[in-house]
Design a binder for this molecule. Structure first.
Ligand code: SAH
Ligand code: MG
Length: 212
């Protein structure tokens, strides 16, 4: 989280811990430094998911499958998740975890570079979760909007990027381009005629956009 520590700590301790496979994956992620969504973001996704009642979800950035397994719980009956990942080791791990969770027929991992995969996909989704390649969200946007149904939700993670997006003082030199691109992206989704967007300082910053 990127606001006051005492608030973060308080909010964090309100969240009941997971058990089963989600808890296992959290331990794995901690041990091997896999950047899965934080507990506050997980809760936000679950609430948004309950409201949106998606039948089809598209995720960019699978990693070990944690957020897709989490999101599978908000799918309408018969719903599916397509999730994109480019890193072979992660793809293997995600497939293994999805199988372990008994969700092979629900969650489809699509291997490849997100932009290329998005360009080739021609399906409709009720919810899109962007959680990969922060510098490319702006390129992903038209593809996501093309596939997002009216009334659907676009949720973008890490949009405040350790606070750097909100303050030049925090920007380290090698992240300048990513930060500039993220600001452009936020400007786009906040001013897009098809979107109603809210940016929340939860986790590493989450933008929620409703597609009109
Ligand atoms: N959503 C996951 C975490 C994703 S971490 C969760 O919360 O459980 C981001 C992942 O995106 C990493 O595994 C990384 O390999 C992948 N990634 C980054 N850039 C990508 C790109 N351009 N195309 C496809 N995958 C990408
Ligand atoms: Mg993230």
């Amino acid at each position: 989280m990127i606001c006051y520590d005492y608030i973060n700590e308080y909010v964090r301790q309100t969240i009941k811990s997971n058990d089963g496979i989600l808890s296992e994956l959290e331990n794995f992620a901690r041990k091997y430094h896999v950047p899965i969504i934080e507990p506050e973001v997980a809760k936000l996704l679950l609430v948004l998911g309950r409201l949106a009642k998606p039948k089809r979800i598209l995720e960019v950035g699978t990693a070990i499958g944690y957020s897709s397994i989490l999101l599978s719980s908000v799918l309408e009956p018969g719903g599916i998740i397509d999730t994109i990942e480019r890193y072979e080791l992660m793809i293997e791990k995600a497939k293994e975890n999805i199988k372990k969770a008994g969700l092979e027929s629900t969650i489809h991992v699509i291997g490849g570079e997100a932009f290329e995969v998005l360009r080739c996909l021609d399906k409709k989704y009720d919810m899109v979760f962007l959680d990969a390649a922060k510098g490319q969200y702006g390129e992903f946007l038209p593809e996501c909007l093309r596939m997002l149904n009216p009334g659907g939700l676009l949720v973008s993670d890490n949009v405040l990027y350790k606070g750097m997006v909100a303050s030049d003082k925090l920007v380290v030199r090698r992240k300048k381009t990513i930060v500039r691109r993220m600001r452009d992206y936020l400007h786009q989704i906040c001013n897009h005629e098809l979107l109603e967007t809210s940016i929340l300082p939860v986790g590493d910053g989450v933008a929620i956009s409703y597609r009109k």
